[in-house]
Design a protein around this ligand. Sequence first.
Ligand code: SPV
Ligand code: MG
Length: 432
Amino acid sequence: MNKIVYMCFTTDIIHSAHVNIIERAAALGDVVIGVLSDEAVAGYKHFPLMSYKDRFNIFSHLQHVSRVVEQKTVSYAQNIRELKPDYVVHGDEWKNNYERPVREEVLALLQEYGGELVEFPYDSSQEYTRLEKAVRAQLAIPDRRRGRLRELLELKPLITAMEAHSGITGLLVEETKVITGGTARQFDAMWISSLCDSVAKGKPDIEVVDFSSRLRTVDDIMEVTTKPIIMDGDTGGLTEHFVYTVKTLERIGVSAVIIEDKVGLKKNSLFGTEVRQTQDSIEHFCDKIRAGKRAQKTKEFMIIARIESLILEMGMEDALQRAFAYVKAGADGIMIHSRQKKPDEIFTFVEEFRKIDKSTVLVVVPTTYAVVTETELMERGVNIVIYANHLTRSGFPAMKRTAELILQNKRALEADSLCMPIQDIITLIPED
Ligand code: SPV
Ligand code: MG
């Protein structure tokens, strides 16, 4: 019987280097290809340009390929246990990159029955780099980017978004990945927080940073990233202005805008009732949603209505009544906000809402109730979790401490350990 050679491909473009490595692998035995699921590719690399079905089909028709199977996660465990391949073949680059834990697990699994890992030199040809760049450019095109939030919502039960307020924080959200428990994880989307955009400019979060300035931030981020963008639209302003906002955002490729049901001088929700804030009437806010939906030109863009009833202590009944009214007015999603330390009121809202509405997208922002886990939220029917201000809040303590250390020591050495090595910054920012 021929030996079994197993290879997993994470790629969503197939090129000659892949064909060459398959040909080399075929010299060892019958090649079985594992194709990563769309969800796993999205976590591991970027949103797949080519779907799982298409990739599966192409690999099935390649010369030297005996069989194609699905690999559901970046971990090879399930497929190695089922197939017991004599060889696993991979490029040698994973010895030293973030895939190391996956490699180590493969080695341990092969050792259980005497299988062997064969590593071919990694093909880092310019052609490959060029193709990767081409994929990114495609993903960044506004017409492709806009619909990606809806595509992800189809693909995954729970989407995570991290705040970005500049090109560099956008890149951090774009590039940060971890492998944990056999799964590769990245943030799915970016949140353009009014709080963080204002703080970056040293201004309060009261809609004083105007829409043109907010757009400038979005553009800086869009220029260097590909992930879908959720815009914090504050109150949406006057209905007559909001219709223009919708058209502008969807034209530039933003996926969703979230507007909150407050009127007059808006202040940050986390102040709660410590400051004067006025909630909009249901009728007026519904009119705003309806006008926004009418102004929208594409099918993909989403208008999400944010309910401030729990923040303003107006009660659960009010929050639920508003949620159903906003959905009826055409909102594509509901964001329910809370400033409690525990997630209980969010759980109650989500459970009550889901008794009646099984499908409308539900969004939460667990800043004060940070104890809650994504799994707890997902199990109750939440679809999007936004980490609304964490890059802003984590960056400043290090900057402040660095400034203090340099003043105290009259030199920079003592602050060095707080600073990112210049080499890392250079790697984070790719040159064309
Ligand atoms: C923001 O990030 O600007 C938000 C969320 O609107 S919160 O700050 O919690 O109100
Ligand atoms: Mg805000």
